[in-house]
Design a protein around this ligand. Structure first.
Ligand code: ZN
Length: 346
């Protein structure tokens, strides 16, 4: 089972609905007393039974999230892999995606969106999109590559400057030797003056390198923030398509954004675009891809699939929406074994 502490150590890779500064979660979260271990449910059961059982077994928030994720997965062909969602018991208006197909949502955002499944679906869809668009997998790699490039450039510049300084020092040294050989007062004085000038040049060269590195780092931060904002727009777009195909109300995305818009710095571009810009982009999208036709597409896909099963973690902190393969490797081994033994006539 996933431990929340383990999850929280991987937060370097997170992408949030909102900027990162709200992430001060600590792990007093594993209260297992109230957890409800679940029985494995197989895909052979009727949809009604699975949903009824889920409603009876799962805490309300998890039941709603299960129904939302299950529907989004089936309506968008995202049911080949399982999805896991964790509810972080902290009153933040935020959610994030991390690791592989893991989504986390804070208590706070569920609380503020209570009664609005379409808004929650939009947020879940946004986080699922960060996974499917590979935003999480690529971001740290891109960042590392950029940092490496900057370091290499700075080193190269430092090397050239050092070589120039050394060449200059050699000239000075020759100058000094010449002065000693000739024993002239003028020669010695000339050597000292020129030597000081060389050290000053070397110092200036180092300062210039530091300046270049600082400037490059600043540029890098700006580039990363810009890339991050671009990814957020993408996740908003794909998240809208996902939730609309699953049949949720398009306006749910706008209602979710309104709640995000009440958070600090929402009106500014940070690692995330300003919320008003996100709302405008979503409105454009809704005109371009009307929710009604998306829902029709999704309906067709849903009708071709079976309901997905679920498993609640033993500590009750997270829920897995199983892939179309189901959630039990034991069932699968037994299915394979039985088939195998039958073929041998055992
Ligand atoms: Zn995001």
């Amino acid at each position: 089972m996933l431990k929340i502490k383990t999850i929280l150590t991987t937060l370097a890779a997170i992408i949030l609905l909102l900027p990162i500064n709200q992430l001060s979660v600590r792990a007093n979260l594993t209260s297992s007393e109230n957890s409800t271990p679940t029985k494995q449910i197989t895909n052979t059961e009727q949809p009604k039974n699975i949903y009824q059982q889920a409603k009876a077994e799962l805490p309300e928030d998890f039941y709603a999230l299960y129904r939302i994720m299950e529907r989004i997965a089936r309506a968008n062909k995202l049911d080949e892999k399982p999805w896991r969602i964790i509810i972080v018991p902290k009153y933040n208006i935020n959610a994030f995606a991390t690791n592989v197909n893991l989504i986390a949502t804070y208590d706070g955002i569920l609380d503020q969106l209570a009664g609005d499944a379409s808004a929650i679906a939009c947020i879940v869809g946004h986080e699922m999109a960060h996974h499917t668009e590979r935003h999480i997998a690529l971001t740290p790699v891109e960042k590392a590559a950029l940092i490496k490039k900057i370091e290499q450039e700075a080193k190269q510049k430092a090397l050239i400057k050092r070589q120039n300084a050394q060449a200059q020092a050699t000239v000075m040294s020759i100058g000094g030797s010449v002065a000693r050989i000739f024993g002239g007062r003028t020669g010695r004085v000339g050597g000292v003056v020129l030597g000081n000038a060389s050290r000053q040049r070397s110092k200036a060269a180092q300062e210039k390198i530091d300046e270049i590195v600082a400037q490059k780092k600043e540029e890098l931060e700006q580039t990363l923030a810009e890339d991050s904002r671009q990814r957020e727009f993408e996740a908003d777009e794909v998240g809208y398509l996902y939730s609309a195909k699953a049949g949720f109300e398009a306006e749910g995305c706008l209602r979710a954004m309104k709640v995000l818009g009440q958070t600090p710095s929402a009106e500014f571009d940070t690692t995330h675009p300003a919320v008003p810009k996100r709302i405008e982009a979503l409105k454009d999208l809704m005109v371009k891809f009307p929710a009604t036709s998306l829902a029709e597409e999704g309906k067709a896909l849903i009708s071709e699939t079976k309901p997905l099963t679920y498993d609640l973690s033993k500590d009750g902190v997270s829920l897995r929406v199983n892939s179309s393969r189901g959630g039990s490797s034991v069932d699968d081994v037994e299915r394979l074994f039985d088939r195998y033994s039958n073929s041998q006539g055992d």
